[in-house]
Write a protein that binds this ligand. Structure first.
Ligand code: FES
Length: 154
């Protein structure tokens, strides 16, 4: 049995330690906000926060992170009013929406480290792929969320 904290709740998985965290979250915990895109660590649709790092959960065997604190999009804000969620809406970032949970999780890790990222820093940190091509609005949204996080006018 493997134990974790997922979205501030203790969780036990009776699964093969080689099981990717993505499938433990989606199938065992019913946390389907974390998306399956490529399954090869490239697209970032499956990004979650593991101990303060943005990680691609499709490439993280659960046996390698026992005891970790995992945050998924469902755990970011119960009221769905995290500054990033509000900023993504305000800047109309989502089109099809599939990549957005992973985008928001990657951005949340970035903003925890740097609440005032430059466009270059955002582009370097945000390696998630979006087939709708929302990248310019993504930068605006992350900077807007950064301003909100710093208590500035958005
Ligand atoms: Fe994990 Fe694409 S599904 S990176």
């Amino acid at each position: 049995m493997l134990r974790f904290t997922v979205n501030n709740q203790p969780v036990e998985y009776r699964l093969d330690p080689a099981t990717p965290l993505l499938w433990a979250l989606r199938d065992a915990s019913n946390l389907t906000g974390t998306k399956y895109g490529c399954g090869t660590g490239q697209c970032g649709a499956c990004t979650v926060d593991i101990d303060g790092q943005a990680r691609r959960s499709c490439r993280v065997p659960i046996g390698t992170i026992e005891g970790a604190y995992v945050t998924t999009i469902e755990g970011l804000s119960r009221e769905r009013n995290h500054p990033l969620q509000l900023a993504f809406l305000a800047e109309a970032v989502p089109q099809c929406g599939f990549c957005i949970p992973g985008m928001i999780m990657a951005a949340s890790v970035l903003l925890k480290r740097n609440a005032d990222p430059s466009e270059a820093q955002i582009r370097e940190a945000m390696t998630n792929l979006c087939r709708c091509g929302v990248y310019p609005r993504l930068v605006e949204a992350i900077q807007r969320a950064g301003r909100a996080t710093r208590g500035e006018e958005v």
